[in-house]
Design a protein around this ligand. Structure first.
Ligand code: PLP
Length: 429
């Protein structure tokens, strides 16, 4: 496979953008070769500047649950664009998507649109602090919440100590507002809430942690978090930027049957346009300006183009059996690959939930970030390279999950499975 044009474009891009990219993982630092410069997508596939074809399991990092270039989303965007792209006023389209979401998602009563997942999380934290009058936040090692200052932190030394920033440019005083705990560890939660409960505004968690491998938690753990938050007057935030509209229309809240206090959304909600949102009960959302004292605003928030993409997306997600079909397809795809790996004795598992999957080079169940063997990423690098050569695109890091979309046909998945098996043969040769 020739990838010369991508290589050339990447060299040129390096003169314009730091590292040649506008979001770091795109630079392919953890895998080999230049990033793929894509020019067009259709269904489960995209085509690069060298005219290579790839079956795509990155799906723009999750938003494309209907695959590339979905006809209804495209037509909705084109119709709206003809009338203008942004007015800075409310529009009827905003009401339409608001009603579609709130009528079908019992876990929030009001929502506010923003323009990215990061913005949704940042606003949700401010809201939690505004409601509780407390300032500290508990987050978990292995959960990603966008590039919010106070959440780009790792655990300091010792259990339940305050965070240390993981990026330059974040004052330690910001990082100290965050306490970082291991996932799936109730003792750590108990100890921290006992000691600092009076200062803690919220616990934020990806209920389906999918940004550092797929660290599926026990439902009982998530339920216990809910109870402990109530005991200590701490708000529970589910960051559902990936899991929202992905593991079911009601996201992880619906999947596990847990009512969080605030939920953040992004990715799928905008139909592939830059959109995020956060929602909660009416009682909590009344703190948001202009109703309440918590300020939050956005020039392009709820712009009609993004709203129409979201509407066209969401209407399709509400079709009967949409999620059961997608999950069944994903399960069949994974079990096909896994039974081959088992037969060959390859040390691989593929944890999954709904249409999210992760390739783990171990036989053990992994629920915490520090259980991932960094050395296994060398195997992922080989796998990624082999799959690119064969025309299968995975996110360019072994810590990233894969997504199956409704556009992946049984034939697409059978073809991808055959190529994956051959790639695993090379990894374990
Ligand atoms: C992607 C993601 C974010 C950040 O969203 P952006 O749109 O990239 O700012 C936040 N939280 C989670 C769980 C995510 O997966």
């Amino acid at each position: 496979m020739k990838r010369e044009t991508s290589a050339q474009l990447f060299e040129e891009a390096k003169t314009y953008f730091p590292g040649g990219v506008n979001s770091p993982v795109r630079a392919f630092k953890s895998v080999s070769g230049p990033p793929v410069f894509v020019k067009e997508g259709r269904g489960a596939r995209f085509y690069d500047e060298d005219d290579n074809e790839f079956i795509d399991f990155c799906c723009s990092w999750g938003p494309l649950i209907l695959g590339h270039n979905n006809e209804k989303v495209r037509n909705a965007v084109l119709d709206t664009v003809k009338k203008g792209t942004s007015f800075g006023t409310p529009t009827r389209l905003g009401n339409v998507i608001g009603q579609l979401i709130l009528d079908n998602n019992p876990y929030i009563e009001k929502l506010r649109f923003v323009s990215s997942g990061t913005e949704a999380v940042m606003s949700a934290l401010r809201l939690a602090r505004g409601v509780t009058g407390k300032s500290k936040v508990i987050k978990f090692d292995g959960c990603y919440h966008g590039h919010v200052d106070s959440l780009l932190v790792k655990a300091g030394s010792g259990l339940a100590t305050f965070g240390v920033s993981t990026s330059a440019g974040i004052p330690e005083s910001f990082a100290k507002e965050t306490i970082v705990l291991p996932l799936n560890d109730l003792d750590a939660i108990d100890e921290t809430l006992q000691k600092h409960g009076d200062d803690i505004a919220c616990i934020i968690i990806e209920p389906v942690p999918a940004n550092n491998g797929l660290l599926l938690q026990d439902a009982s753990y998530l339920k216990a978090l809910r109870e402990k938050c109530d005991e200590h007057c701490v708000l529970l935030i589910f960051d559902e930027v990936i899991s929202g509209f992905r593991v079911g229309f009601g996201g992880a809240a619906g999947y596990y049957g847990i009512q969080p206090d605030i939920i953040t959304y992004g990715k799928i909600i905008g139909g592939g346009m830059p959109v995020g949102a956060y929602g909660a009960s009416k009682g909590i959302m009344k703190y948001i300006s202009p109703d309440g004292p918590v300020y939050q605003a956005g020039t392009l928030s709820a712009n009609p183009v993004a709203m129409s993409a979201g509407i066209a997306m969401i209407e399709q997600l509400l079709a009967p059996d949409f999620y059961t079909d997608l999950e069944a397809k994903t399960k069949a795809f994974i079990s096909d690959i896994l039974s081959y790996c088992d037969e060959k004795g390859y040390e691989v598992t593929i944890p999954s939930i709904g249409s999210i999957f992760w390739i783990a080079f171990t036989k053990s169940r992994i629920t915490k970030a520090d259980q991932i063997d960094a050395a296994s990423m060398e195997k992922f690098k080989v796998l990624h390279h082999e799959l690119l050569q064969k025309g299968v695109y995975l996110g360019p890091s072994g810590y990233e999950v894969g997504f199956v979309s409704a556009a992946h046909t049984k034939e697409d998945l059978a073809e991808a499975a055959t190529k994956m098996k051959a790639a695993f043969d090379v990894v374990f040769a």
